[in-house]
Design a protein around this ligand. Structure first.
Ligand code: TIU
Length: 220
């Protein structure tokens, strides 16, 4: 049976083969979704990022039902902070500090982990990344290659930082990306809306965007 689907999207319908598609969920970590974490320490209100958890969960459930390959990323660093670029530390100076959810953005801490609702299950990949993009200093590309993945459905936070960076990196490497608009969030909704336009403009310069309802219509 064919696993080829077409979903309503901007700038035009997105066609993909489920067997060559991965769902990538970017940085749905407590540090970005709950008060007291990295996101809030940078001066942001985390209510917008927190609000997408149920929608991302619905898409994750659908992906699991359809046996899609799922990758969860986590932004964070070694406990000795040896992989934090000094420039990142200077401009987000609280990495490694003790917060209410443990040391900020440090691997192994409670705040660094993915929220309970979206915890990975057996067979799903967890990708720890030190930067914004999922390809930078990780084994993401070799994993996608080994799994025969050509297209990425992209969810997570924040739209204008780690989501956009990852989509741009993927685009340069030849992957087709469909960003799931209501499964992504920025702290400021203007940054979110601007990012959507940047991705799908100029005939899909970086990829396609759609809402989860369109994906559910397609994958019913
Ligand atoms: N600051 C901000 O909007 N985001 C990040 O620092 N990382 C991610 O987007 N995950």
């Amino acid at each position: 049976m064919s696993r080829q689907y077409s979903v309503k999207a901007k700038p035009y319908n997105f066609t993909f083969d489920l067997d060559k598609t991965a769902l990538i969920i970017i940085d749905m970590q407590r540090d970005f979704l709950y008060p007291g974490g990295f996101g809030e320490k940078l001066g942001n209100d985390v209510s917008t990022t927190n609000a997408i958890i149920p929608t991302v969960k619905k898409v994750l459930d659908k992906a699991r039902e359809k046996a899609l390959f799922v990758v969860h990323t986590r932004e964070g660093h070694r406990p000795d902070l040896s992989d934090v670029p000094p420039s990142k530390q200077r401009r987000g100076g609280n990495i490694g500090e003790q917060g209410p959810m443990g040391r900020i953005l440090v691997r192994g801490e409670y705040g660094h982990d993915i929220v309970d609702e979206l915890q990975p299950i057996e067979g799903e990949v967890v990708l720890d990344k030190p930067g914004k993009g999922a390809f930078y200093q990780t084994d993401f590309e070799i994993i996608l290659k080994n799994k025969n993945i050509e297209t990425l459905l992209v969810a997570g936070v924040t739209t204008h930082v780690c989501v956009q960076t990852t989509i741009r990196e993927a685009n340069d490497r030849g992957y087709e990306c469909l960003m799931l608009e209501d499964c992504c969030a920025a702290f400021d909704t203007k940054d979110h809306d601007d990012s959507i336009r940047m991705i799908n403009q100029q005939g899909g310069i970086f990829g396609w965007t759609t809402r989860s309802a369109s994906l559910f219509e397609t994958l019913n």
